[in-house]
Ligand binder design. Sequence first.
Ligand SMILES: NC(=O)c1ccc[n+]([C@@H]2O[C@H](COP(=O)([O-])OP(=O)(O)OC[C@H]3O[C@@H](n4cnc5c(N)ncnc54)[C@H](O)[C@@H]3O)[C@@H](O)[C@H]2O)c1
Ligand SMILES: [Zn+2]
Length: 670
Amino acid sequence: MSLFEIKEKIDALVTELNRHNYNYYQLAMPTISDYEFDQKLKELEKLEQENPAFIRIDSPTQKVGGEITKTFKTVTHKWPMLSLGNTYNEQDLVDFDQRIRKIIGDNFEYVCELKFDGLSISLTYENGDLIRAVTRGDGTKGDEVTTNIKTIRTIPHRIKGEGILPSFEIRGEVFMHKAAFEKLNQERIENGEQPFANPRNFASGTVKMQNSAEVAKRPLDCFLYFLYADKKPFPTHWESLHAVEKWGFKISQESKLCKNLAEVFDFITYWDQERFKLSYDIDGIVIKVNSYAQQEELGFTAKSPRWAISYKFKAAEVETELIEVTYQVGRTGAVTPVANLKPVLLAGTTVKRATLHNANEIERLDLYEGDTVLVEKGGEIIPKIMGVNLDKRKSDAQKIHYITHCPECGTELVRKVGEAVHYCPNDEGCRPQIIGKMQHFISRKVMNIDGIGDETIETLYSKGFIRHISDIYNLKQDEDSLKQMDRFGEKSVTNMLLGIENSKQMPFEKVLFGLGIRYVGETVAKKLALHFKNIQNLQHASFEQLIEAEEIGERIAQSILEYFSDETHINEINKLITYGLQFEIEEKEVILQSESLLGQTFLISGVFENHSREELKKIIEDNGGKMLSSISAKLNYLVAGDNMGPSKLEKANKLNIPIISEQDLFNLLG
Ligand SMILES: NC(=O)c1ccc[n+]([C@@H]2O[C@H](COP(=O)([O-])OP(=O)(O)OC[C@H]3O[C@@H](n4cnc5c(N)ncnc54)[C@H](O)[C@@H]3O)[C@@H](O)[C@H]2O)c1
Ligand SMILES: [Zn+2]
């Protein structure tokens, strides 16, 4: 290569890798595998080493990959939060070991740890209290996410014990267990939200959420693995790990003290096999020099410590044949494509299917019939297709196009502008939608109706007993004929009818969730119930009034409007009201904490530093204030946080309504 070509190559790699960093860290949606990314980064490193004059300051070899965001307070790290050098092969570890021996001699130990696939966090404790939690950010500065991190049960807010330092930092990895990921991601798919690709992305998306109450609902966990203090009380990393465990921190029980490289290799070989049995994802092994004095001697590069390295496992992947793409219709009408594969063994299980998410994914992969595909088992339990082996494509194969009509009822599918998912709009006539809606309604998380299960719903539907949710409440009429039916019997029918009767006491928010309005999942239903109090208010709410409610965005508002514009839905609700289901929230008797806001009206808008909008609302109401849902001359105060809409601000200014901050509100309370 000529010098000119080398420079071109370096520039191209820098641009490409920076784009991948952005996709990976900011969007949590990488488009190439970690392995490919790391190969390209190594190529760049090598070119730069040979041609140092061409190193660019924005080169990904010169900095840690993430960035800070504007939505949180920025905090400068007392000790930079670095990355780790990595490798996928054993020879590099031998070289690493030799480099170390050259500098510190032969008398040292390694600590081998699992490399948890999550996001790193730095916790600061003072006098035993957790006072701050900060993300890695760009390595120098990070986002302060203390409130969110405090929702993680395994992170102590306060520690007690012997020898606790008055001030220290402890770092570790926040992650989500695979089972929790599968469950929550499934809920997202059902609610029409974009699913996360893996637990790591889900965890990092969660830590950066604005609403801590929402974070609390998503179970995260954390292993701690670095202690930092001005003067470390222990001479080694290993001793620190065991001390902090006594202080109350969760450390991994799988770490191992290794005397030499052979023991390190044993550890690697063992975990390469066993990693799939863990309840969480790891993407490799971290090898650290144990003694702090020796760590200091070895020092750092621009991006990572010289005394540590990570050995990364290649993702488990295998080639197999695509048999066909089939389509599943969910209860909200969302149509999900599934790749049916020639069964193949991968990471200890037989794989027969892979998710394709939506039409974009089929397009991205450019799938043809009978293609040989590369299947990867990453975070998820259901594997995904990474790519196609074009060499093996059959010459007469046809390109796969996403279907245009519902495979269940033949209705033409619709896809809204800006959305990835196709829907079957025939919600009243499409079997899986009808059955799915009723199954959702009776399920444990929704109306929790005893004595009736998914299969019963299918049978009752097939026999013509039920077509709508309201029919469930009419089953009593058919008691005698039901008792005559196969596999039903006296007792089970009595139980079922009792369960149905009891469910009439379920609160409004559950009923609302049960109606199956698109995008109205459990949390949204709760917010709507709290905000609108009863079905009439919700049914007649305008678009503007809907988006006033906490966490209700335009997409949800639109979906609610559409739902209530359908006569069948209104009839259905009216029937349910007649049957005695709850369509308003029980107004609890309020005992005021004070009367300092009595007679005053408030409206809350924007995002607040210390409280959620619902919390502020409660504080106002507990002190005698009244909430209004829109800006009018009747409004006394507009409590404004960050990112308030400009139109509101303008309106409030026009009407001369005082705009106050969160702090001003508390001052009003006295
Ligand atoms: N596919 C893509 O587009 C893309 C883009 C950018 C980065 N990446 C991937 O991300 C990697 C870079 O990410 P990175 O800078 O976070 O580095 P890294 O993930 O390779 O290693 C550093 C991180 O490991 C974590 N870690 C887990 N367990 C640990 C333990 N026991 N001790 C110490 N640290 C532990 C820490 O969070 C630390 O910040 C790349 O190697 C690449 O594989 C992929
Ligand atoms: Zn259909």
